[in-house]
Every structure is written in C-alpha cells, then in structure tokens.
Design a protein. Sequence first.
Length: 409
Amino acid sequence: MVRRLASWAQPLQPPINRSVRRLALRSKLPEVGTTIFTIMSRRAAELQAINLGQGFPDFDIDPRLGELVHEAMLQGHNQYAPMPGMPQLRQAIALKLARSYAAQIDPELEITITLGATEAIFSTVQALVGPGDEVVVFDPSYDSYDPAVQLAGAVCVHVPLQPPLFRYDWERVKSVLSARTRLVIINSPLNPGCTCMTAQDMIELALLLRNREIYLIADEVYEHIVFDGRRHHSVLASPELRERSVAIYSFGKTLSATGVRVGYAVAAPDITAELRKVHQFNTFTIATALQVAIARYLEERPDTGEDLAQFYAAKRDRMIAALRDTDLILRPAEGSFFQLIDYGALSQAADIQFAEQLLTRAGVATIPLSVFYQQPPPMTLLRLCFAKRDTTIDQGVARLRDFAQGYVA
C-alpha cells in the first residue's frame, strides 16, 4: 500500500525546470544591509580583537534573575502570555514609573510588553504613520528608526545634531515641520551621541508640538544611565507631552542583559489600543517565564536601576583616565553606556577608515559615528562601549594607548 501510494503521488510533483528565470525580487529596504554592529562584532571575533564596539555588557547578570527565570519555568510559566503582557509585570512597571516620574500609569490600558525596545519602536511606527506621512528623526540616530519608517510607507526627515555637543536647534526643527509631519522620534540619553536632553529641551519640544497633530516616540532605554548629577527628563513627567507620546524602555539595558529582549511601551489608552493592533500580529506575546521572573525581580528589588549611574560612571571614568595623556580625546559622556573618542589629533582619515585601522592594527573594534547620519558632517569620532568587565576595558584601552603613541598614518 505504501509503495502504491508513493507511485500514485509521484505525477503530482512537476519536474524542476532549471531554465525558468528566477523571480525578480523588489526589496522594500534596498539601501539597508547588514548593520555595522553585526559587521564589527563578526570581524572582531575573526581577528580576536577586543570588542568595544557593539553595545552589550560582557559581565554576568545578577544570579538572582537567573534563578527566578528557572523557577518560573519549573512552575509551568511556559505557555502564551496575554498579548499585552503578564499582568504582574505591567503592575510592577506602573509602580516603577510612579517612583521614577510621579506618573500615574494604568497597567491595563497604557503598558504593553514588547520584544525589546526595537519591536516597541517598530510596532509604534507602523501603528501611527502611513504613506505620505513624514517622521522627524535626529541624527546621529539609532539605526532601526529609518527602516521602520520606510516599511510604513512614510518618509524620514533627518535633522542633524552637530558634533561634539549634539544640541538641539529647535528653530531648525520648527522649519522642517509641515502638514505631513505625523511623528517625531527623540532618544535621550542619546545613542550614539552620549548626550542628554535638558529640561529646557523638553519645554521647547512641548511648545513646538502644541496645537499640532503630531505624535512623539521617546526612546528612553538608557533612562537610568545618566552621569555627573544630571537627571533623566522623561516625557511621562510632562503632562503636555505624555498625551501624545509613546515612551519606550528596555529591561535589556536596565538589567544589563541585552539578550533578555523584554521591553515595554507606555502610552495613553487610545494610542496603546492602536499599538497593540500591530503588536498582536507582529510578535503577539513575549516569553512568559521571562516576564514572570522580571516581575518577581522588581518586587524583590524595587530600586532596580537606581545604582546604574554610579556603576557605569566608574567604568566611563576608568576608560577616560587610561587615555587622558594620549592624543585620543574623550569628552565625558553625559549618558548611555557609550563614550565617544575623538582621534582628530592623530589623523584626519574618515571614521570608517580609522575604525578599520584600529581593528586591524590595534585589535580593537569600535563603531564609526558617520553611519548614524544620513548626511554626516565632518568629524573624527568613534563610539566605544564601556559596558564591559574592567579587564575588557583595561585590555582595550591599553591597545588604544599603544596604537596612539606609536601611530604612523
């Protein structure tokens, strides 16, 4: 019987015609290739270089978090979570936001758990903009913004922030707003500029958007990592901005565990309803055991994140001190776990070329800043990540010192 069925089925499979021309594939993102982070990390591994490029901590997470994940799985939290996220995690987030920003957030109607901050950004963009719309972004901008906008059929309007201070020119921003502007995306602390928006910036932004039908995405994933007495200014602390905003956060950053891939979006109920329409058909839901574990972790450690500024400031300062008497100039980062390095006293080579020299000759992977601009201004800046073990930082900066002291163009 099996042989007869196989014989009967054979004619239903048409012979392969090797001469048929392949379908013409039309890319929706024709200008997008492999990210610089993937490229530099792959090459760093191949060359056994110290990876100070890609932004991931190389130290261990709090063991208690691992224990809680294990416990949650053993307790059967292994099936689909509710689409908006586990209720206990959303409740824990609401309590955290009340402590941080005195914001009263409804965990049922205003918080959505997402697959990291990147999914939150993507789903929000798809929910809020469409063909013919314009989205204002500030360069240097995180690399996921523009593709998300393109896939929504909208157009990115890039407003450059000038190095080395990367301050906002609100008159220039005003000049690019039009009847087609549907969304503005801000990121503070800024990756990769390493600067923070000020209280005055938030006031100017609120004034600029007043009486305009424009939404706002606030990428606040580095909310806890601000230095030298600064404070993070969240849109959730601004009643005027909050009503039009989606604030986006990442437990990958707060827990120094980028592979956890659990983020969340906070928005008014009407915006959240539209965001969830996209989210449910994008990722639908996020790993249940991780959500349960993080909720329990926040319950045990309600001050989670509050020590990050001091922890990372020590690493930033360690990196700066080790390079202080070289021709590599480091203006202390205001926030994030990145530090910009200016090599202009050594070379006027393009940043991509200089990053290649550091990789192949010094054995250190960095990220050139120009890749974060649509039209990069003249600059000699690279991004380093200090979210590393002290031994990793020490080995990396020792190589940078040796390279700088013996540099020959």
